[in-house]
Design a protein around this ligand. Structure first.
Ligand code: KIV
Ligand code: ZN
Length: 392
């Protein structure tokens, strides 16, 4: 028998004031792609410069205005890629490059060297804050962990003052979902105040589910709790960065948006560490399917998938929402019958809205086609067999 007793249940948040269950998603968040950082670092075969350039150009074409391009202080390859973007003048004026760096002086210095000549950038600092990591990895108490974040903030402030790049700060309490909420609030507020965030110059506070530990409602509670406890909330852009360890990254993202998140970091098709980051495309197409403008140019999923698969050498599973080979097929005769009748009714009635059984969206809206698969098998039933016989 599975030894389930080895696992502790993650406590839920005692937060009866929560309002997110009664909310609806109304508009697209600010999207930030982390394909070239979290996505790339998790590839069996990381992208080479030309593949990264192609991926960067795709992200720009898709309409991402914030793109994390790597960890330039981590290696020469990462550094050189950012310089390639600058040297080839590939960064449009309306796109902000984001760079990740730990709160350490030599790394922050090197990061600023890599930013030379860039008009505006987001410098993203992070340190791990969870109870477990404080204990077993860092052997530091809360004040010592908080000091790391404050020192990092001051260093970014100092280097930003000395350079020509217009810098915005992003801070992530990494492993947020395993951090006590009052401590997460304390450390984020210390960074917010040290940076001197204002309504005009807000800070990005990014609350990652570095590891997805529990059900999406708990993440939503954590986000709403933070959202409502921050001081000077209008000096904060509240960002989320969900991973997908339980396969609930999209749901966590959607509930966290209900809970007040302004910004989402994720990747195309959910590439990223372990089970991946949240799949931004699925979140965006889900919005689209609800009549919300996703604010991304995602009309051609075939092209996106082709470039993604070629650059990352990852396969998109056949049942992946929207992009998978099989997601706009119907094998069942009764499904095919209903789809045909739905399409005919839509055509005859000239309906304003898409309403066809079994097809939540019109595949042609995103560059796909509906494919009936003609087959009679043990599950076809009399109706299905009759339909296939009549039709084909
Ligand atoms: O998953 C995570 O916590 C991260 C941080 C660096 C934001 O990738
Ligand atoms: Zn991550």
């Amino acid at each position: 028998m599975l030894n389930y007793k080895r696992y502790k249940r993650i406590p839920v948040v005692n937060f009866p004031e929560r309002t997110w269950p009664d909310k609806e998603i109304e508009k697209a968040p600010v999207w930030c792609s982390v394909d070239l950082r979290d996505g790339n670092q998790a590839l069996v075969e990381p992208m080479v410069v030309e593949e990264k350039v192609e991926m960067f150009n795709l992200l720009v074409k898709l309409g991402f205005k914030e793109i994390e391009v790597g960890f330039p202080a981590a290696s020469q390859i990462e550094y050189d890629f950012l310089r390639t973007l600058v040297d080839r003048k590939l960064i449009p004026d309306d796109v902000e490059i984001q760079v990740l760096v730990q709160c350490r002086e030599h790394l922050i210095k090197r990061t600023f060297e890599a930013l030379e000549g860039i008009k505006k950038a987001i410098v993203h600092i992070y340190n791990s804050t969870s109870t477990l990591q404080r204990d077993v990895v860092f052997h530091k108490d809360k004040d010592e962990i908080k000091d790391i974040a404050i020192i990092g903030t001051k260093l970014v402030q100092r280097y930003a003052a000395e350079c020509d790049t217009q810098v915005r700060l992003e801070y992530s309490p990494e492993s947020f979902t395993g951090t006590e909420l009052d401590f997460a609030l304390d450390i984020c507020t210390a960074v917010q105040e040290t940076w001197g965030a204002t309504r005009e110059n807000p800070i990005i506070i990014n609350l990652p589910s570095t590891v997805e530990m529990t059900t999406p409602n708990v993440y939503a509670d954590q986000i709403e709790w933070m959202n409502t406890h921050f001081k000077n909330r209008d000096s904060i852009i509240l960002s989320i960065h969900p991973h997908n360890d339980r396969g609930e990254g999209v749901a966590s993202t959607e509930l966290a948006l209900l809970a007040g998140a302004d910004r989402v970091e994720g990747t195309l098709f959910g590439n990223g560490e372990r089970t991946g980051n949240v799949d931004i495309l699925t979140v965006a197409y889900n919005m689209f399917s609800q009549g919300i403008n996703p604010e991304l140019n995602i009309e051609n999923i075939r092209e996106i998938a082709e470039i993604y698969e070629r650059c990352t050498k990852m396969d998109i599973p056949p049942r992946h929402p929207y992009a998978g080979k099989l997601v706009f097929t119907a094998f069942s005769g009764s499904h095919q019958d209903a789809i045909n009748k739905g399409m005919q009714a839509l055509h005859e009635r000239g309906g304003e809205f898409w309403e066809v059984p079994y097809l939540p969206i019109d595949p042609s809206d995103i560059g796909r086609e509906y494919e009936p698969i003609v087959r009679i098998n043990s599950q076809s039933g009399k109706g299905g067999v009759a339909f296939v016989m009549d039709t084909f």
